[in-house]
Write a protein that binds this ligand. Structure first.
Ligand code: ARG
Ligand code: GLU
Length: 719
């Protein structure tokens, strides 16, 4: 295959639905899955889930912030998402005196709800297949670059028209690497207020120990309310705004959860890589993940060392620790799962089958033979760049001082540009003063000093020849590999290493002061790394990526022909999806069985391990559970806390509502089990389970634990 093929002309892509559970489906195409969903127990129709001409469940789903999902649970704009999704907002409202992270937060009426600058809620208004419009602008024989430019320009045109002069935000996304295109039209709400959050000892129960694990006992939920102007339209925050009236909201189930019940998860999954070839899977398993795991093991060791010594540092680094630990643990689980499934060999067999199929079809053999080789060759080019890119993110970017100093880049550029007016410059100085306040609030230089030494060592030792940033090479040479020495000098000399010197510098900032920034050792390291990575790594990496996309476009289009009995869903790309399965456990390891749900008794069991801090609970929770004060939220004297089900989910599905066969809200998705994490690349119906908080535990926490029964009054609870 020498020339690029834009579309596989011989094969028409229609997406079959034969065997599911695996898959994240587009709501507007969900009718294709209906037969199976109904056979599994669903009592609703496709139009109940997504209706282009009327109200449907999709109107009750939102994208929360940038990376999570949420759901409306009252006609007054009450919204539920995960505690870990609103964690940043809780942290920002918390002070030592009002520590909402530790003690929780509950508004006792609407006036006490707290606004959150910058937080947005995105609602899908409609989606539309625009493949034909895009294709109409493409001509055979286009290079990949011309192809990309044409797609971009048509997409922008479609988006502009759909935005209706700023009323909506519109986006065209490719599916199957550009075999199909869909337009998504969104409404974005900007006045979103915090209504209630349980204490971390409920919302983040089990902490990083239990993260990605089953059995789980976490109340990972919290409540917000969306506000709108008097026309129910998005508006900036104003005390005059009124609760948004969503077109649809979910009824909350207070019914007993049963094994094998039908479930579906409706939300915004971020990214999956279901179609990767063996070359990419091999690289992830053997290069990318091990590097990330090893670097982060060191970061976590350093964080934990300092966090154990001081409560202040423990609080300052709680969020960072959670973030670093989250992917670290996921990569380990992913590698375990991929090895278990023998993923590289499975992929290789698929590739062999593909080649056989090509050779058996003479009319396409001319076009497609050699495709797998071309993958291999392109990956050989791509992977060193990809590794250098990831290495920069795991090392350079995880040095806080480097990341912070790098933010002054904009100020330098504005200062050096003679056309920058005084007001713009002032604005940027103010922005950086703000950034400094926020940065130093959670910064402890001794932690970062040790991080810098360790990560620069990783960075130099792991850089492949020809891919090391020159700035690093120079430091390495000058200090003869002794980064301790270098680090101490940087921390002694950089003004960005302390809040006082940073703010003092910004105080009377004038444009010519930019030289002081560029001479700063932390800044020059940061800008040296950024410049190298953006121009020498990202540019060629993107070129190889474009070639890969064009290969995948052909490859995915042909899979359907080769595997007529299989089901191929478009990789998650941050757009709204439906996935479905059942409440069910699994057999994760020899002699171990996972039961489908946990109960409040398990919280008491864990809490009895007094030495584990993440398992401690408040006296109040202990009292209520010990005395089995379950109210109407238990059946057979069991208060269900979390459950597992076979829905195919990924990051971004956090906060997604889990719905029963009638569309009632039975829980909120927040995690996957350790044995599931390879599902972003390869799904295993025997093992892959998503983890959710049962709605009855949510109701119980709001009512019995927090005493906020007034919030239940606006919900529709089905018994
Ligand atoms: N693993 C879940 C996710 O990927 C939850 C992460 C937050 N919780 C934590 N203990 N770090 O986002
Ligand atoms: N906790 C993840 C999130 O924040 C969901 C877990 C997963 O990756 O499936 O989206």
């Amino acid at each position: 295959m020498k020339k690029l093929i834009l579309f596989l002309s011989v094969i028409l892509i229609t997406l079959p639905t034969l065997r599911a559970v695996e898959g994240m489906w587009l709501p507007s195409l969900i009718h294709k899955n209906m037969e199976e969903m109904q056979a599994m127990g669903l009592e609703l129709s496709a139009l109940d889930l997504y209706n282009p001409d009327g109200v449907s469940f999709k109107d009750a789903i939102v994208r929360f912030g940038r990376g999570c999902t949420g759901a409306f649970i009252s006609e007054h704009g009450l919204l539920i998402t995960n505690h870990h999704c609103g964690y940043g907002q809780i942290q920002r409202h918390s002070t030592v005196e009002n520590d909402y992270l530790t003690h929780g937060f509950w508004a006792t009426n609407k006036d006490e709800e707290l606004p959150n600058e910058g937080l947005t809620i995105t609602i899908l208004v409609r989606m539309e297949d625009v493949t034909d419009q895009i294709r109409a602008g493409l001509t055979p024989g286009m290079t990949e670059k011309e192809f990309g430019a044409a797609v971009d320009s048509i997409s922008r045109k479609i988006e502009r028209a759909a935005a209706e002069n700023g009323r909506y935000s519109a986006q065209v996304n490719p599916f199957y690497f550009g075999n199909e295109y869909y337009l998504f039209v969104y409404q974005i709400f900007r006045d979103v207020r915090m209504v209630g959050a349980p204490p971390s000892s409920i919302g983040k129960y089990g902490g990083d120990i239990d993260n990605w694990m089953w059995p789980r006992h976490s109340g990972d939920f919290m409540l917000f309310r969306v506000y709108a102007d008097e026309n129910n339209e998005p508006a900036d925050y104003s005390p005059d705004n009124v609760p948004y009236r969503p077109a649809k909201h979910f009824s909350i189930s207070n019914r007993k959860l049963n094994e094998h019940d039908f479930t579906m998860v409706y939300g915004f999954p971020g990214r999956t890589n279901r179609y990767l070839t063996s070359h990419a899977v091999d690289f992830i398993m053997n290069k990318e993940n091990p590097m990330g795991i090893e670097v982060r093991t060191d970061i976590l060791r350093i964080y934990e060392h300092f966090m154990a010594q001081s409560d202040t540092v423990r609080i300052q680094y709680a969020g960072k620790h959670a973030g670093i630990s989250n992917a670290w643990k996921r990569w380990m689980g992913e590698n375990r799962g991929l090895a278990q499934l023998d993923a590289v060999n499975v992929k290789k067999q698929q590739e062999e089958k593909f080649e056989q199929w090509v050779n058996n079809n003479p009319e396409i053999a001319a076009e497609l033979s050699g495709l797998i080789n071309e993958f291999e060759e392109t990956y050989r080019l791509y992977h060193p760049y990809r590794f250098a890119f990831r290495l920069y993110f795991e090392t350079g970017r995880n040095i806080e001082l480097v990341r912070f100093a790098g933010q002054f880049n904009r100020l330098v550029n504005l200062s050096m540009n003679s056309e920058t007016d005084e007001e713009t410059l002032r604005g940027e100085v103010l922005r950086m003063q703000d950034a400094a306040e926020r940065f130093f609030r959670d910064y402890h230089a001794p932690v970062d000093r040790e991080i810098m030494t360790t990560l620069l060592e990783h960075y130099t030792q792991r850089s492949q020849q020809g891919y090391m940033p020159p700035v690093l090479e120079e430091i390495n040479k000058r200090h003869k590999g002794n980064f301790d020495d270098f680090t101490h000098r940087v921390f002694r000399r950089s003004m960005f290493a302390s809040k006082e010197s940073t703010l003092a510098f910004l105080e009377n900032y004038r444009a010519r002061d930019h030289r002081k920034i560029t001479r700063d050792p932390a800044y020059s390291l940061a800008s040296g790394l950024i410049d190298f990575v953006t121009s020498d790594i990202q540019v060629p990496m993107q070129m190889a990526q474009n070639t890969l996309d064009s290969l995948y476009r052909v490859y995915t289009a042909s899979l359907k022909e080769i595997y007529p009995d299989s089901l191929f869903f478009p990789d998650a790309n941050g757009t709204l999806r439906i996935t479905y399965g059942r409440v069910e456990g699994s057999y994760p390891r020899d002699a171990i069985q996972f039961l489908p749900y946990t109960t409040a008794d398990g919280i008491l069991e864990k809490a009895a391990q007094r030495e584990i801090e993440d398992y401690r609970i408040s006296e109040r929770l202990h009292y209520l559970l010990d005395n089995r004060v379950y109210g109407d939220y238990a059946s057979e004297d069991e208060l269900v806390v979390n459950f597992v089900a076979s829905n195919h989910t990924t990051g971004g599905n956090s906060g997604s509502p889990v719905l029963d066969s009638q569309g009632n809200f039975i829980g909120i998705n927040f995690d996957r089990s350790w044995e599931s994490t390879m599902s972003d690349i390869m799904f295993d119906p025997e093992q892959c389970r998503n983890i959710s908080v049962n709605s009855r535990y949510i109701l119980w926490v709001i009512d019995k634990y927090a005493g906020m029964g007034y919030l239940l009054d606006e919900m529709k609870i089905v018994n």
